[in-house]
Design a protein around this ligand. Structure first.
Ligand SMILES: NC(=O)c1ccc[n+]([C@@H]2O[C@H](COP(=O)([O-])OP(=O)(O)OC[C@H]3O[C@@H](n4cnc5c(N)ncnc54)[C@H](OP(=O)(O)O)[C@@H]3O)[C@@H](O)[C@H]2O)c1
Length: 273
């Protein structure tokens, strides 16, 4: 792998929680950091804070991942602005929501957690994969979760018996399944794709919104993702799911090729321009 201070790394959801802490760590290490956010003032504040703490400037890019046209536009912008890209961390995510929260839709009318957690990260990774291959060795990290639930082919958007935890868990397993598919597609290119549960109930906005009590620090999550991004021992390791720093089995649906192929067809049809 390239030394971290020679890498350009794109991190989504960099204005809060794990993403915010990760971009600071990357900036401290001398990487060229592209920090993504959906809100211009939060992005400007993140940039100013990181400059204050590290003395280094991060680049920023804005897109609401709840709208697939904005994900496409973001990918176009990344490809235009960054001829060199060595890592993508798909970290942005929507959590459980408040207990008893109503079903929410994306700007495209798709169940919100499936749209942001799975479809946006699916589309971004696939749109940027070619650039990562050109700059290989390179790494894609999908920040998923241990909270996984098999998708229901008859109800992929959780229209029935909805609750935010169910929708979240399905979307996070979809991320893992999509990362296994992309890893298989990229065998032999020098680009690895791995999914990770960073840490359990970190002290972040999505955990407090759901009413949960933190049991891990954000730093534990950063350390686990940092390892996936930078550990030379993971050169060539691709298509794995990690629970923190350990290789772990995901929900069995992730190992079902027919289920993965179904999800891939569904996702491709939804992200087509
Ligand atoms: N916290 C945990 O214990 C835990 C456990 C397992 C997995 N994870 C995963 O870790 C990742 C980071 O979560 P976190 O705990 O750091 O939560 P967080 O503090 O709530 O951060 C979530 C990030 O995603 C961004 N985001 C949400 N919706 C978006 C949208 N429509 N468009 C663009 N960006 C959007 C948020 O932007 P704003 O700043 O604008 O809100 C924020 O930057 C998520 O993928 C989560 O599922 C977390």
């Amino acid at each position: 792998m390239h030394p971290i201070d020679e890498q350009t790394v794109l991190v989504t959801g960099a204005t809060s929680g794990l993403g915010r802490a990760l971009v600071q760590r990357l900036a401290e290490a001398g990487a060229t950091v592209v920090a993504h956010g959906r809100n211009a003032s939060r992005l400007a504040r993140t940039r100013a804070e990181i400059r204050e703490v590290t003395g280094r400037t991060v680049d920023t890019i804005q897109a609401d991942l709840a709208e697939l046209a904005q994900v496409h536009r973001m990918a176009d912008e990344v490809l235009e602005r960054y001829p060199r890209l060595h890592a993508l961390v798909n970290n942005a995510g929507v959590g459980f929501g408040p207990p008893g929260g109503a079903r929410e839709l994306s700007g495209d009318g798709i169940e919100l957690r499936f749209a942001v957690n799975h479809l946006a990260s699916y589309l971004l990774a696939r749109r940027l994969a070619g650039r990562l291959v050109e700059c290989a060795p390179a790494r894609i990290v999908q920040v998923a979760s241990a909270g996984q639930l098999a998708l229901d082919r008859a109800d992929p958007f959780t229209e029935h018996h909805y609750d935010g935890v169910t929708a979240y868990r399905r979307s996070k397993l979809a991320q893992v399944m999509a990362s296994f598919e992309l890893a298989a597609d990229l065998v032999g290119t020098g680009v690895s794709v791995n999914a990770i549960h960073p840490a359990t109930f970190m002290d972040t906005a999505m955990v407090s919104e759901s009413g949960g009590s933190p049991t891990s620090t954000v730093q534990e999550g950063v350390d686990a993702v940092w390892r996936l991004l930078t550990d030379p021992e993971l050169d060539g390791v691709s298509g794995h799911y990690f629970h923190g720093t350990h290789d772990a089995p995901p929900d069995p649906q992730a190992d079902d090729p027919a289920a993965r192929a179904w999800l891939r067809r569904l996702s491709d049809s939804l992200v087509a321009r």
